[in-house]
Design a protein around this ligand. Structure first.
Ligand SMILES: Cc1ncc(C[n+]2csc(CCOP(=O)(O)OP(=O)(O)O)c2C)c(N)n1
Ligand SMILES: [Mg+2]
Length: 353
């Protein structure tokens, strides 16, 4: 359903979710758990940041959980994913360990990049997670490259390339669209349209009626999706995945979503009102939506949900404890994971420096 970007997800009440009536209760409970894990993890990361335990930049995903959880529900083993700096949710949703992610945020040896990468630079070959990219839009051509490798190998894997509404105004996105369509690459371009690029609202940055519609110029189909409804996301994801696996080339999903927190931990958020954020939280929250589906469908009781809340809280607290107890990387780590195996300690005699 088309919606102008100037009419974000909050303009609409939750419609009857696609396929809600025939969804298995266990599946719904799983989405609830997965989204809650991301929310609680991010809240904890925010706390640790406030305590000075996380340095550098830290971009929280709170509010956008349904996007990645819904799409992961449509993925299979072997599919790849790549995203921007707002990446903790993507890591957790694809099955990376909360402990390893939190330890990386705090710059500890137990982290996914041994404490040397931080929030924006984590990878997991095992989970086919290719980062974590601080340069806006950089992951888009890289993602097409991942899809190219699968096409070249002749398997049916799909790559999910996540990027923001701000990134979608970049030239490299359109160069990538062109090549991806030309070569029928199995790539799903997921635009996480959270309405803002740092402090710049969509209203101030674009007059396009939609962002997915720009794919038309390259022959790429796509659609706008209610990104606050995990079931709608999953249904759209399945459609896009089927398109890619059938060898029909790329697909664009524009997820209408919203971030509740600032752009990063250092954002004073002067560009929008508290009321706007509160309205989204009250009326459109993706986790609350699933909670209501579980309760009204009698798939879970308040007590069941409380037990899940506790389970998630325990995982997150354990991750935070692990992160705090993990040592800082040894000084010798300065010389590992770099391009040259041998680092010259001084310039050779025949080199003028
Ligand atoms: C090439 C480049 N230009 C500018 C920046 C600074 N910057 C970081 S995030 C950002 C906004 C991107 O917004 P969007 O793509 O909507 O993603 P969101 O943060 O909303 O997830 C900008 C301009 C950057 N990191 N890289
Ligand atoms: Mg944005």
């Amino acid at each position: 359903m088309a919606r102008k970007p100037t009419e974000p997800a909050q303009a609409q009440e939750h419609a009857a979710p696609a396929g809600a009536s025939n969804i298995a209760p266990d599946e719904l409970l799983q989405y609830y758990r997965d989204m809650l894990l991301i929310r609680r993890f991010e809240e904890k990361a925010g706390q640790l940041y406030g305590m000075g335990l996380i340095g550098g930049f830290c971009h929280l995903y709170i509010g956008q959980e349904a996007v990645v959880v819904g799409l992961e529900a449509a993925a299979k083993e072997g599919d790849k994913r790549i995203t921007s700096y707002r990446d903790h949710g993507h890591m957790l949703a694809c099955g990376m360990e909360a402990r390893g992610v939190m330890a990386e945020l705090t710059g500890r040896a137990g982290g996914y990049s041994k404490g040397k990468g931080g929030s924006m630079h984590m990878f997991s070959k095992e989970k086919h997670f290719y980062g974590g990219h601080g340069i806006v839009g950089a992951q888009v051509p890289l993602g097409a490259g991942l899809a190219f490798s699968d096409k070249y190998k002749g398997n049916d894997n799909v790559t999910f390339v996540y990027f923001g509404d701000g990134a979608s105004n970049q030239g490299q996105v359109y160069e990538t669209y062109n090549m991806a369509e030309l070569w029928d690459l199995p790539v799903i371009f997921v635009i996480e349209n959270n309405q803002y690029a740092m402090g710049t609202s969509m209203k101030r940055s674009t007059k396009s009626a939609s962002l997915y519609g720009r794919g038309e110029a390259f022959g790429i189909p796509g659609e706008q999706v209610d990104g606050m409804d995990v079931l709608a996301v999953k249904a759209a994801g399945e459609k896009a995945v089927a398109h890619c696996r059938a060898g029909k080339g790329p697909y664009i999903l524009e997820m209408m979503t919203y971030r509740y927190r600032g752009h990063s931990m250092s954002d004073p958020a002067k560009y929008r009102t508290r009321e706007e954020v509160q309205k989204m939280r009250d009326e459109r929250d993706a986790i609350e939506h699933v909670r209501q589906l579980l309760l009204t469908g009698s798939h879970a009781s308040e007590d069941d949900l409380k037990a899940i809340d506790k389970e998630i809280k325990d995982i997150v607290n354990d991750a935070a404890d692990f992160a705090r107890e993990s040592p800082e990387p040894a000084e010798s780590e300065l010389w590992t994971d770099i391009y040259a195996d041998e680092v010259p300690q001084k310039a050779p005699a025949d080199v003028n420096v």
